[in-house]
Design a protein around this ligand. Structure first.
Ligand SMILES: [Zn+2]
Length: 449
């Protein structure tokens, strides 16, 4: 790139950066931000101190006492709209009894940093902090403001975090062009590093079904036993095969992987879709995360009925967690389920609902991310990814801002299961390489658009 006169070197000392990013992450893990209760302000203060030593301005905004959100900024020339590096400060709880290391301790060996949040998502937060610090040290003047937003309360829905923060008048937040957040990690497929860009999230429809039955002595069965009515509804849902539905994201996800494998796809839209469906069934039949991208799903989660072994239950309640593909709406899916169940005696109440959100991938940022992963390995590919669960990205997508989940690390399924699970950890290699990929991405998009 063209370096301006008087500008310091843009080539970072990666040995030093590696030590710094490791230090930041181990410090962040030791600040216990398990939500509930969160207590994110302590972590926000740590970040503010760290960044201000590097001459990066940061502010803390508390939605409630101890529930701090941090916004830091490298001001740009204003020629382009802001880029936000987004993270959340809180983590889910951890039961130390089940862990082989102290989840909020200082555990580092020659390969890994262990602790709650290593993957979700203090590791990424540390990478984002260092990416900004390297740019700031170089004296680089970006064409857009570069923001770091570290929000509270993501793990509990964001009421004290992003949902609240985005409604405050903080310059740059609602005017951003791009957001980089959690949600997409990479994996190895047949020797090819596959990085994902989470550009969409499924919608949510949580339902409570309830039905009444005639109470009475269980020695004299009734024809309207409420448990049996609910079981029948459930078996109708189970028997109904939800169709495999391709979306823009899954079409590209599957074809990128198919092409990298040298798999032949038919030409012509219809035939191509058919071959993608066959490819998905053949190669991803055991992968729940990929299967979830292809279907509207329904999971029964809580069932309640009865209180005594010899008494017929008066009422039976069942909750369903439905996740919807882009193109589906909560109202539309509720109508479909009602038709499938086909029993007017069953009442259906919506507990919670959210539309699916999707960002386009024909953007300068996507192109730059792809280039950045290929700088590490020219065989690497970038695929868009539709996540079955939600992140804070949804608050930005609703405003029409392009938000991508992009944690540029390579991990396998067993490492991924440690997220929200036991013995969460991140490899030192991933932490360093991730910082480099993120830095390259931010450096490029800072002036491109
Ligand atoms: Zn997370």
């Amino acid at each position: 790139m063209n370096e301006k006169k008087g500008m310091k070197s843009m080539i970072p000392n990666w040995r030093q950066i590696r030590e710094e990013v490791v230090q930041v992450l181990t410090d962040l893990i030791r600040i216990n931000t398990s939500n509930p209760p969160g207590n994110e302000t302590r972590a926000a203060k740590y970040i503010k101190d760290f960044l201000e030593k590097e001459n990066i301005q940061a502010e803390i905004y508390e939605a409630a006492p101890a529930r701090g959100n941090l916004v830091a900024r490298i001001p740009g020339s204003g020629e382009l709209k802001p880029l936000i590096l987004l993270a959340h400060l809180d983590v889910v709880g951890a039961n130390a009894e089940h862990w082989s290391k102290e989840p909020f301790g200082n555990n580092i060996d020659d390969k890994y940093i262990w602790g709650r949040g290593a993957l979700d998502m203090k590791g990424m937060l540390a990478m984002e902090m260092l990416a900004l610090v390297i740019l700031k040290r170089s004296g680089f003047l970006p064409k857009r403001d570069l923001l770091l937003v570290a929000a509270a309360d993501e793990e509990a829905g964001g009421t004290m975090g992003m949902d609240w923060l985005i409604k405050q008048s903080i310059p740059g937040l609602r005017e951003a062009e791009f957001v980089i957040n959690e949600g997409g990690e990479g994996f190895i497929r047949d020797g090819i590093p596959v990085y994902s860009c989470q550009n969409g999230e499924k919608g949510v429809l949580w339902l409570k079904l309830s039905v009444k039955g005639t109470p009475g002595h269980a020695s004299m069965p009734s024809n309207d036993n409420s448990i049996i009515t609910i079981m029948n509804a459930l078996s109708r849902i189970k028997r109904h095969k939800m169709p495999l539905t391709l979306t823009e994201t899954t079409r590209i996800f599957l074809s990128e992987i198919a092409m990298a494998k040298g798999y032949n796809l038919s030409t012509g839209a219809k035939a191509r879709d058919l071959s993608l469906q066959i490819f998905a069934k053949r190669y991803f039949s055991d992968e729940r995360s990929v299967q979830a991208m292809l279907y509207n799903t329904v999971s029964p989660t809580i069932i309640k009925a009865g209180h005594k072994v010899n008494v017929l239950p008066e009422v039976c309640e069942l909750t369903l967690d439905c996740r919807l593909l882009p193109g589906e709406t909560p109202a539309g899916f509720l109508k479909k389920l009602t038709d499938i169940i086909n029993n007017p005696a069953i009442e259906m109440e919506i507990i919670s609902q959210a539309e699916p959100t999707v960002s386009p991938i024909e953007t300068e940022l996507y192109r730059i991310m792809k280039k950045a992963v290929q700088l590490e390995d020219d065989k690497a590919i970038l695929v868009p990814y539709l996540s079955p669960g939600g992140t804070d990205s949804r608050f930005f997508r609703k405003l029409g801002i392009t938000a991508y989940g992009f944690i540029p690390i390579i991990i396998d399924e067993s490492e991924l299961q440690r997220m929200h699970g036991i013995d969460e950890r991140i490899s030192l290699h991933n932490l360093e390489q991730g910082t480099r990929i993120l830095f390259e991405t931010v450096r490029e998009i800072a002036n491109a658009g």
